[in-house]
Ligand binder design. Structure first.
Ligand code: GLU
Length: 311
């Protein structure tokens, strides 16, 4: 095992839900795609629970049960981020030892109110605490202000390559590595975990594409490999907004209560991707990751009211 907790060296894909509630059809579709990408390329498929944040009791169990109910399987035990704090802290120590971190005492409101860094990307942390004097630091500590730890980034943009989006350049700022409450930040944890688990294929919703340059940059600073990325289109409601619980019968439990079977749900997800089939295993024979719809799946109220989920 190396410093990231790596146990093996073979390629893998993964699905990494946050246990903040039940999975909806958009989440299930992304999970199905991540499984198909991994299995179709001979990779292992891993499940990780991103539970550093927003945990709702019972959500993890229901999420895993729903993934199994639609016919997804995974290799090895489920990894929980809450079990891996020493590895994140080791990565943070490494960056700190290299002079690449600094404490930040800014509140969320202060960051919102301050202008973006003069040469940084829009919305980026303006670097207020980058050059904090010893006196100011001591004052903040004496005031009991919690300190987050930030990356001292020496670039403002980083380019990644995505299977669906091609070359993608996006902002890199002084990203938070450890939050003010002492918990490692998602952007750091995901990088450490993907490397530790041998994940070389990251398939996830394209809402996460803008964070990816930061993560890839962090990986490069930690001498970790940058995975192959595929950010897949989301499922949207009739108003063109990302599908959410309030849109109606969107979870597996909701659909089963309406009389759907898990096979019908898989069939609807498959149809939205241009395939026919009622189990993930059946889809695998036809799946071609080069041939995916690039547009989101729009699921309006009419569609949701149909037992077969056809708009
Ligand atoms: N846990 C994150 C989420 O549910 C996804 C992390 C990832 O796929 O990298 O949004």
């Amino acid at each position: 095992m190396d410093r990231t907790g790596t146990t093996d060296q073979f390629g893998a894909g993964r699905y990494a839900p946050s246990p903040s509630g039940d999975l909806h059809l958009g989440n299930l579709r992304t999970a199905l795609l991540a499984w198909l990408f991994a299995r179709a390329s001979g990779r292992r498929f891993l499940l990780r629970v991103d539970d550093l944040d927003r945990v709702r009791p019972g959500a993890e169990e229901r999420q895993l049960a729903d993934l199994a109910a639609i016919g997804l399987d995974w290799d090895g035990p489920v990894l929980r981020q809450s079990d891996r704090l020493p590895y994140y802290n080791a990565a943070i120590e490494r960056l700190t030892a290299a002079g690449r971190t600094y404490e930040c005492f800014c509140t969320r409101r202060e960051i919102q109110q301050s202008a973006t860094a003069p040469h940084g990307p829009m919305g980026a942390y303006p670097g207020t605490c980058r050059t904090l004097s010893a006196e100011a630091r001591a004052r903040h500590l004496a005031d009991g202000r919690p300190a987050a730890l930030r990356l001292r980034a020496d670039i403002t943009e980083f380019e990644i390559v995505d299977q669906l989006h091609g070359r993608y350049r996006g902002p890199v700022d002084d990203v938070v590595l450890r939050r003010g409450d002492g918990i490692p930040a998602y952007n750091l944890a995901v990088v450490v975990d993907d490397a530790a688990q041998g994940v070389d294929q990251v398939v996830r919703g394209d809402d996460l594409l803008p964070s990816t340059p930061r993560q890839a940059y962090l990986a490069s600073l930690l001498d970790l490999p940058v995975p192959h990325y595929a950010h897949v289109p989301l499922v949207l409601n009739g108003a063109g907004v990302r599908l959410a619980k309030r849109d109606g019968a969107v979870t597996l439990a909701d659909r089963v209560a309406l009389g759907n079977t898990p096979e019908q749900i898989v069939a609807a997800l498959a149809r939205s991707l241009g395939y026919t089939g009622t189990t993930p295993a059946e889809l695998l024979g036809h799946f071609d990751s080069a041939d995916l719809p690039k547009e989101p799946w729009i699921l309006d109220e009419n569609g949701l009211l149909q037992p077969n989920l056809c708009p």
